[in-house]
Design a protein around this ligand. Structure first.
Ligand code: CA
Length: 173
C-alpha cells in the first residue's frame, strides 16, 4: 500500500514538474490552449481575431506575442472588417484603448503596408490630420475607438506600449 502511495506521489510530482517547465519556456494563452471560445476571440469572414488586453507591449513585442499564438498582428482590409472589429471593441468596453496593428511604413519611410500580409494598404481610416509622423518618429499604425468619432487610425512611435490585436488567416501560418 505504501509503495502505491509513493508511486502516486512520484507520478503527480513528475506531472507538475513538466507542466511548470513548459509554461516557463513557452507561453500559450490558456484560452487558446484549451481551444475554447474565449472572451477576447471572434471570427469574421474566415479570419480569427484575438484582442490582446492581458498585457501592453511595443510593436515588436506585440508582433512576437501574436506569432507565439501562431497568429499575426492585425491587418484591416475593408470598411466592413473595420466595423466588425469596432463592434467588438465597443461591445467589450474597450473604447479609448489603443491597439497595435501590423501597419508600418518602415520599408521606405513613406509607403504604408500591412507587414502581416506584405500588401500595400488600400483601405484606410485615419484620424483627421493623421498620419502626421509626429516628431519624425511614428512608423507604426495603432487603432482606437474614439467616443463620438469612431474606430480610427493613428501613426505612432513603434516603441510605445499599448494593447494589440492578432489575426489568423487560413493558409497563412
Ligand atoms: Ca500620429
Amino acid at each position: 500500500m505504501a509503495s502505491k502511495v509513493l508511486f502516486l506521489v512520484f507520478f503527480v510530482s513528475i506531472f507538475y514538474y513538466f507542466d511548470e517547465g513548459q509554461s516557463a519556456t513557452e507561453y500559450v494563452s490558456p484560452v487558446l490552449k484549451n481551444n475554447k471560445l474565449p472572451p477576447n476571440w471572434f471570427t469574421y469572414e474566415g479570419k480569427t481575431y484575438y484582442v490582446g488586453t492581458v498585457l501592453k507591449a511595443n510593436f515588436y513585442g506585440a508582433w512576437q506575442y501574436c506569432r507565439q499564438q501562431k497568429m499575426q498582428l492585425l491587418s484591416i482590409n475593408s470598411r466592413e472588417e473595420s466595423d466588425r472589429i469596432a463592434k467588438f471593441i465597443v461591445d467589450n468596453g474597450l473604447i479609448n484603448d489603443q491597439f497595435w496593428t501590423s501597419g508600418s511604413n518602415f520599408g521606405d519611410g513613406k509607403t504604408w503596408v500591412w507587414l502581416s500580409t506584405g500588401k500595400k494598404i488600400s483601405y484606410t481610416n485615419w484620424y483627421p490630420d493623421q498620419p502626421d509622423n509626429y516628431d519624425s518618429s511614428e512608423n507604426c499604425i495603432e487603432v482606437k475607438y474614439w467616443e463620438g468619432k469612431g474606430f480610427l487610425w493613428n501613426d505612432e512611435g513603434c516603441l510605445n506600449e499599448v494593447y494589440f490585436i492578432c489575426e489568423s488567416v487560413p493558409g497563412c501560418k
